[in-house]
Structures are given as C-alpha cells and as structure tokens.
Design a protein around this ligand. Structure first.
Ligand code: SAH
Length: 347
C-alpha cells in the first residue's frame, strides 16, 4: 500500500500536478490552498467549493492533521514556547516571539540534531529524524493562529531544533508553501534560514533564486576556536565557510547575518574581536552577538554587559556592524532546544 502523506506536505505546484493526474482542473490547487492556509478548514468536508467526489478522493489519498501542542509555556516577556508530540512520539518545539515591531515564529526542522555544538541543548540527545514538510508547516500554522489573537505573524526563523540545511528538500518545500500567495503569503525576505555552516548546501541555496535571509552560526573567530565549539568545523573549516559566505553575498547581493555567541573568556575576548573583525571586514554582513544562555550540561558563562559592549565596539573598528541580541524567554526555557531537552515527553 502507498504511504499516505499529509495534504500540507504538497507545494502548490505539486498539488496542481496531482489534481491534473486525477483529471481535475489545476486551479483547484489554489482553492485547496486557500482552505488550508487562509480559511483554515479543519477537514476536507469543510472545503465546500470542491465536489463531493473530489473531497472523497482527497480523503483517500492524504491525511490531514491539525497538530496541537502537548505543552505550552509562556514567559514574562510574552515569548511562548510550544512542544508538539508527533505520531511517533518524537517531540518538537516551536517558539512565538512577539516584539514591538514584529511577530516571529522560531520553527524546528529536525527531531534532535546531529551536529553537537558544545553550547546548544538541541544536540544533547542526538538526532532522531528529519521533520516532514507538513510537520514544519504545521508549527508555523499553529503559531500563526496563536499570534493572530494579538497581531499578525510577520516573520519566520528556522532557528529551532535541528539543522535546516540538513533537511534541505523538506525545508524548501515548507518555505514555498508558506510563501505562496494562496498559502500564508509570508514574504521570503521575512524568512530566515540559520545554518551551522553546511558549505555545499549554502552554495545550492545561493542558486535557488529565493529572497530568503541567510544566517550563519559562526560562534568561533578562527579555525581552532570554532573546532572546539562546533564539531562541524572539522568538515567545513572556518576559512572555507567565510569564503563561501563572501561568494554568497556576491552572487545573491544579499546580506548575511552571522550569529556569534558571547561566552565569557572563550569567545568574548579582545583577541576574538580582532580576529573576527579581520575575517569579516568588507563583507556585506552584520553580526548578531548573542550572550550565552546557560545550559546545565556545558560549563560556560555569559560575559558581563561591559565585556559584551566592548566586544561590539571593537568590531566597529573594522567597519563590521554588530548588535547585541536581547535574551528572550529564559524562564520559558526558550534557548534553543531547552524545552524539548528538559521536557518529560519522550525525546
Ligand atoms: N542548526 C542551525 C539552526 C539552529 S539555531 C544553526 O546552527 O544555525 C541555533 C542558534 O541557537 C545558534 O546560532 C544560537 O544563536 C542559538 N543558541 C543555541 N544554544 C544557545 C545558547 N546556549 N545560548 C544562546 N544561544 C544559543
């Protein structure tokens, strides 16, 4: 028997092809997309402008889940964290982050993570599997509806659990679905993919012609320093990563954001600022400095406010623009992977 996929795993184009294949008009793909992503139908029977036989056929060929979180946690700063339990008992976490000028969803792309960065809770339990396209889409849909109670969801960041570019096809399909005018219609420029630095996938992404934002988790200021914090650096070394990033900005003419965790005496030193400034000088980029959020398993400490500001100002001397990210939701375990990691639900 053929495995049934969820209807939300299909891009508009794929749905059009499917419909044509069963003798329906491809424009019905737009109608179905509107039911799924705009009118928010809860089942196929609610799709009233489709014929009864077509609804029946869809029911036979696809599943249609409305995934709901098993746990919700709100923080004082209104960051909300949701933990979804999937059919196979895997857990994924999603975060809603409202700020004054935007409402962002931080979505996961894998159950667990293979890359084992030595500051991140997501990698502690290892990797279980890639999320399917519909599992990625469902997180965004749920948070979209939650956010709608206050404000419109404006931005998506793939900075939750997992490595987005290690689940490339499913991620890109999910992006095409939420980006589609008949889908959630969220502009590609408001979607950020964050990666630990998978060079071949960054090259591939540069050729997609998508206007998405790219963020690179750099976290090291040299090959040696990055090796210690991010094992992936052994495969894709610092210098090569910087090279491919320069190439990316030149091919796409788009700015890259580097994420850089500030860890007391480890990454937040004068030497580090100097080397980082030199490495990034002249590139179309900005740096997000992220004060380390404590994870019990790792011994690191965040820097003092003064040291963080000093680091930022040192970068300025190289003409590299940096901002310090305000930590959000530590009381909701909102640092990457922390809720999933500390939750009682099976990991
Ligand atoms: N795998 C992708 C997507 C995960 S996002 C990537 O590496 O980019 C990971 C981001 O979470 C990191 O860049 C970092 O910004 C943040 N992060 C993880 N652990 C953290 C911690 N302990 N403190 C602060 N930020 C953390």
């Amino acid at each position: 028997m053929m495995v049934k996929h969820d209807i939300k795993s299909l891009t508009h184009e794929e749905l059009g092809q499917y419909l044509q294949g069963i003798g329906e008009k491809p424009f019905r793909a737009t109608q179905i997309f509107e039911w799924l992503y705009q009118k928010r139908a809860q089942d196929f029977d609610a799709m009233l402008n489709l014929s009864v036989p077509l609804r029946q056929k869809l029911k036979e060929d696809f599943t249609f889940y409305n995934r709901q979180p098993a746990e919700k946690k709100g923080a004082a700063d209104e960051t909300q964290k949701f933990l979804f339990q999937l059919q196979d008992k895997e857990a994924i976490e999603t975060v809603l982050i409202p700020t004054t000028d935007r409402v962002t969803v931080c979505a996961s792309t894998q159950a667990g993570c293979k890359f084992g960065c030595r500051f991140c809770a997501s990698g502690i339990g290892g990797w279980s599997r890639d999320l399917t396209t519909d599992e990625i889409v469902d997180q965004i849909l749920y948070v979209h509806d939650e956010a709608e109670k206050h404000k419109h969801l404006s931005h998506i960041v793939f900075m939750g659990v997992g490595e987005p570019l290690d689940n490339y096809e499913n991620l890109l399909k999910a992006i095409r679905i939420v980006n589609h005018p008949a889908g959630l219609n969220i502009a590609a420029r408001r979607i950020t993919i964050s990666t630990c630095g998978l060079i071949p996938k960054i090259e591939r992404l540069s050729k997609e012609g998508l206007q998405v934002e790219l963020a690179i988790s750099l976290h090291g200021f040299s090959n040696d320093s990055r090796n210690v914090l991010m094992p992936v650096n052994k495969k894709y070394p610092f210098e090569d990563l910087i090279k491919v990033c320069r190439l990316y900005t030149e091919t796409t003419n788009r700015q890259i954001t580097f994420e850089y965790i500030l860890i007391k005496d480890v990454t937040c030193t004068d030497e580090a600022a100097l080397k980082l400034g030199k490495a990034l000088k002249g590139m179309l980029c900005k740096i997000n400095l992220i004060p380390y959020n404590k994870v019990q398993e790792f011994g690191h400490e965040p820097p003092s406010k003064e040291d963080a500001t000093r680091f930022k100002n040192k970068l300025k001397e190289f003409g590299v623009h940096a901002t310090i990210r305000r930590p959000r939701g530590p009381d909701a375990n909102a640092a990457c992977g922390q809720l999933r990691h500390t939750s009682q639900i099976k990991k």
